[in-house]
Every structure is written in C-alpha cells, then in structure tokens.
Design a protein around this ligand. Structure first.
Ligand code: HEC
Ligand code: HEC
Ligand code: HEC
Length: 483
C-alpha cells in the first residue's frame, strides 16, 4: 500500500526540518537557518500537501528495524517484519496492508455496514459452532463473551453475557446478522468486529455458531450458570475476577530489574563519546550520586524535562516524545544512532524520565501546536482500523471495553482522568523487558489485524499527546514496574 523509509541506511540519515507547505516559504528558510540548520547539517524536506505537520509518510523513521515493521517479500509473499516477542510473535509476519491503519497518509476505507444475506434454510452444526466459538484463532468470541464452557479459562466481559442467548435472541437470522456485521444492529462504534463481512468467518461457520448459540438456554430455570468443572469459579466469572495489582516499590532495585539495566546500559552511554567525540555528559554534565526518587543518579540539567513531553518542535514540524527526541538529538549532536525502541534509547529515556520523578506531568496545552496535536490524536483514538475495524475507543473507553475483561486482561479506560497509563517506559513483568508506550500502541494494533506504524511515527506522537492531555497533574514515576 505504501512504501516505508528504509532502515538507517548508513550515512544517509536526513532529519526533517520543514514547517509545512502553508508555512514553508522564504520566511521559514530564514527561521530554519536561525534554528541552526547550517551547523547541524539537517536537510529540510517538504511536508505533505495541505498539511503543516509530518506524517509517517514524510518522516524518515529513526526507529529500530522491527519497530518500523518493514514490508518484505518473503517466499513470494508480502510480510510485515514485526518484533519477535509476546503477542507480536503470534501475529508473525501477517500483512494487513489492505485494511485501514493509523497513518494520516492512508485513505483506505473500511466497507460500510452491510445487511447479511443468510441462507433460507440454516443448517448449522452446534458442535462445530461450539469449537469455533472457542477457537483462539477465530475471534476469539470468548475473549469478549461468557458462555457456559469450563475449558474457557477466563471468559471476557466486553460483550454481553451469552449464557442464555438461546432464550432471548430474536431469531437465527438476527444472530446471523450479528456475527456477519453487528454494525447494522448496534451502530458503527460497536466493539464487536464484522466477522462475516471482513471475510474472517465463512457463511457455514456463521451458521454453525448460530446453531450453537441457540442451544444456550441456561439451567433448568433458564438462569445463567457457572459450568461444572471450573476450578476457580471466582476467577472464571469476570464479575468476581480479582485484578492483579503490584504493591511492590518500583524504585527498589531489588524489585525492578529496569533500574539495574538502566545502570548497566544508560549510565555508561551518558559519558561515552559518540563518533564526533562528544558525549551527553560533555554538554549536560556528569551524573551525580542518586537519591530515593532517582536511584540511578541525578543529572541536574534534566530535572523536570520529561514532565513536559510530548513536546512540539518547530524545527522538526511534529510532536515528540523523549524517545523520539533522543533519536534525532543523538544523531545531530554526536553523529550517534540511538534508534527508538532500541534498548539503548529506552534505557536512556528511563534515565532522563527519572530526573522528573515526584514532579507532575504538564504538557504545554497553551501552545496551539499542542492543541492541534491533541485534536488529531483524539481523532486517531476514535478511528477504526484493521481487518477487525477496531478503534482504541472500542477497548479503552467505558462505552466500549474500558473497565471490562478481554479474556484475562482488564482493559484500562484511557479517555478519562482516571486512566493509569502514565509512566512509560516501564518494566513489563509479563515480557521481562522494558516497553515504551509506542510498543504498547503497536502491540494493541497487531491482533486487531492492522499493520502498525513505526514506533516514532508522528501519528503515534499525536495519539500519545492526546492520552497525556488526560494525565495533567499525575505524578512522574519512571521506571514503573507492572504486568
Ligand atoms: C472485541 C469484543 C467482541 C468480540 C471478539 C465478539 N463480540 Fe459479540 N459482542 C460484543 C459487544 C460489545 C456486544 C454488544 C453490542 C454492543 O454493545 O455494541 C456483542 C454482542 C453480541 C451478540 C448479541 C448480544 C446482544 O447483547 O445483543 C452476539 C450473539 C454476539 N456478540 C456473538 C459473538 C460471536 C459469535 C463472536 C465470535 C465470532 C463475538 N460475538 C465476538 C463484543 C465482541
Ligand atoms: C553537543 C552538545 C550536546 C550533546 C552531545 C547532547 N546534548 Fe542534549 N541538548 C543540547 C542542547 C543545546 C539542548 C537544548 C536545545 C535543543 O532542544 O536542541 C539539548 C536538549 C536535550 C534534551 C531536551 C531538553 C528539553 O528541555 O526538552 C534532552 C532530553 C537531552 N538534550 C538529552 C541528551 C542526551 C541523552 C544526550 C546523549 C545521548 C545529549 N542530550 C547529548 C546539547 C547536547
Ligand atoms: C482489542 C482491544 C484493544 C484495542 C483495540 C486497543 N487496545 Fe490497548 N490494550 C488492550 C489490552 C488487552 C491491554 C493490556 C491490559 C493488560 O495487559 O493489563 C491494553 C493496554 C493498553 C495500554 C496500557 C495501559 C497501562 O496501564 O499502561 C495503553 C496505553 C493502550 N492499551 C493504548 C491503546 C491505544 C492508543 C489503542 C489504539 C491505537 C489501543 N490501546 C487499542 C487491548 C486493546
């Protein structure tokens, strides 16, 4: 669908310096010179038509290769090269370039809601339907719905409790429509994907699952029940399932491995000269001995800096997180590659972030560029993408799955002030590695059936800005330590 910039081809790294078509006149060239273009040897490049900010299409990514998700031809097939850990590995090289993404430059449209055309005589097999309902590669329906099956270890609650659907479903045709394209019944923002329309389920498979659903009528009193054979009914039932919150101190080096790794990776890098002989320390000073809030060490010049990110940069014509900025900054100041989502970048970001520990987040919402980014980010948050036609809002607002269980994972509501997403990068115990928020965006997007954008995409910076605008006044505490 679209060509991605190639990964850091040696020497030819050009960092953007355009202020947009609307603003990119002579005056801007002067400004560019003032901003130090000459000394820094940065090539200006044009912004996309009609836009005064960068998109993933115009921004030459400085992300590590797997974060860029390049599309390669492998064994005669187009594949997206993804990370090889966690849920990414499960999705593998699947290429979803026919479906909408979060790129501003992408004008792929998802098909309109469509009436199903169910067969006149439905003859589904309920036993096959039951297996399909539980098949992890087919939905899974169980990640959002409760049905009385003991071998589903953690049924979800994003969707309706279907344990008695056979009693109240309007008809087989209605159920067929629901699975084929639920938007016809529940509107465009339903969290349930159009399984038939998207080609994920065949006509026969939908008939089978409808036949299965019709058998679900509850116990002898037509009441929902917890099936026999469930080991731990409290956990099985999403209503009573306990959440796993860690009560350990994230700034205790014996608890949080990210601290030791920051010490091992970022601290030496801070004073290591780049190819031009300069180090972070030569411009920003040495690391002083740490204290309770900054156990890895104190860098006076970096105090409070991270609390104001993401930040708008005129000279790059986009919003940037600390990670985005470090990749560009290390190249400019040290001729040093520090790709976003690389471990060097992530641990350096932790070192910088931790200098703001105990302070509160305060992005500069007075800046009209930040306001515009918040609006663009909000639009992205509600944009439906991928084969499953999912928006972030489908899973992360209280109108969608926010506060509910998606299988065994409790979904955060991210559009309100109670959201708990602050404090990235953090140590993910489930993955035994640090993640920044961009890896999380990419992770959320993979099972949805969409190609992700490079971790340093301007779109993700806008999305992050929108989410951070809900975090004003929350305390900085990096690196967090959580599941
Ligand atoms: C990402 C979550 C999600 C997945 C996956 C999902 N559903 Fe749903 N489903 C919902 C939601 C949410 C509703 C309620 C409609 C709404 O509020 O928009 C729903 C409603 C339904 C209904 C109608 C119940 C009602 O309240 O009217 C049926 C039947 C149904 N789903 C079946 C399925 C089947 C079969 C699958 C697997 C092919 C499936 N669902 C997969 C989220 C999901
Ligand atoms: C040659 C000098 C030089 C080197 C080397 C250098 N910096 Fe900087 N850095 C600056 C200057 C000057 C600024 C402020 C102006 C700007 O934003 O470009 C800055 C700004 C920053 C900021 C943003 C501050 C803010 O208020 O937004 C961070 C973070 C930062 N540097 C981290 C680093 C790290 C980490 C390294 C090493 C990888 C490094 N710098 C290397 C000169 C340098
Ligand atoms: C199909 C559902 C789904 C969609 C769509 C989705 N996510 Fe997620 N998201 C999850 C799950 C599951 C988790 C992990 C919950 C857990 O493991 O605790 C999660 C976690 C997160 C977190 C971490 C919250 C925290 O506590 O740190 C952020 C941030 C996030 N998602 C952002 C997004 C954004 C932005 C989008 C849209 C680009 C998105 N998600 C789309 C399912 C989804």
């Amino acid at each position: 669908m679209k060509a991605r910039s190639s990964y850091l081809s040696a020497g030819a790294i050009l960092v953007g310096l355009c202020t947009g078509l609307t603003a990119c006149g002579l005056a801007t060239e002067e400004q560019a010179a003032e901003a130090g273009e000459q000394e820094r040897n940065i090539e200006p490049r044009p912004a996309p038509e009609g836009m005064d900010h960068h998109t993933s299409e115009t921004w030459d990514s400085l992300a590590r290769e797997k974060s860029q998700g390049p599309i390669r031809e492998i064994d005669g097939e187009k594949r997206m090269v993804r990370y090889d850990f966690g849920g990414f590995a499960r999705v593998g090289g699947a290429n979803y370039s026919d479906w909408p993404t979060h790129s501003y430059a992408d004008d792929t449209e998802y098909p309109e809601p469509q009436e199903a055309d169910p067969p006149a005589e439905m003859d589904g097999d309920p036993e096959r339907g039951r297996e399909l309902f539980k098949d992890r590669s087919m939905g899974p329906c169980t990640s959002c719905h409760m049905v009385p099956e003991a071998d589903v270890s953690a049924p979800g609650s994003v969707g309706t409790d279907l344990r008695t659907v056979g009693n109240w479903a309007k008809s087989e045709e209605w159920l067929y429509q629901m699975v084929y394209d639920p938007r016809v019944i529940y509107g465009e923002d339903t969290p349930m994907p159009p399984f038939g329309l998207s080609g994920m389920w065949s006509e026969q498979q939908i008939e089978d699952v409808v036949a299965y659903l019709m058998t679900l009528t509850g116990d002898e009193d037509n009441e929902p029940f917890i099936p026999e054979g469930v080991d731990n009914p409290e956990y099985w039932n999403p209503e009573t399932r306990p959440t796993s919150a860690s009560s350990e101190d994230p700034l205790d080096p014996f608890v949080n491995p990210a601290l030791m790794k920051t010490e091992q990776i970022a601290v030496p890098l801070w004073s290591e000269p780049g190819p031009n002989g300069k180090s972070c320390a030569s411009c920003h000073g040495e690391i002083q001995e740490g204290d309770e809030l900054r156990p890895v060490g104190i860098i006076e010049e970096m105090e409070g800096v991270a609390a104001h990110y993401p930040k708008w940069f005129d000279e790059y014509d986009r919003m940037m997180s600390i990670e985005d900025f470090l990749a560009v900054h290390a190249l400019e100041e040290q001729d040093m590659e520090l790709p976003t989502q690389s471990k060097e970048n992530l641990y350096m970001s932790i070192l910088v972030h931790s200098q703001s520990n105990g302070m509160t987040y305060d992005i500069n919402e007075e800046d009209p560029n930040v306001q515009a980014a918040i609006e663009r980010g909000r639009e992205l948050f509600y944009r439906e993408v991928g084969r499953r036609n999912h928006s972030c809002a489908n899973c992360h607002t209280s109108n969608g799955g926010g506060g509910e269980w998606l299988s065994g994972r409790k979904l955060a509501s991210l559009d309100n002030e109670d959201a708990t997403l602050v404090n990235h990068p953090y140590w993910r115990t489930a993955q035994s590695r640090v993640w920044d928020i961009r890896t999380r965006f990419q992770w959320c997007m993979s099972p949805v059936g969409t190609n992700y954008l490079p971790g340093d995409a301007p779109e993700y910076a806008d999305l992050e800005t929108f989410l951070m605008s809900k975090q004003e006044g929350k305390e900085v505490l990096v690196p967090r330590y959580t599941h």
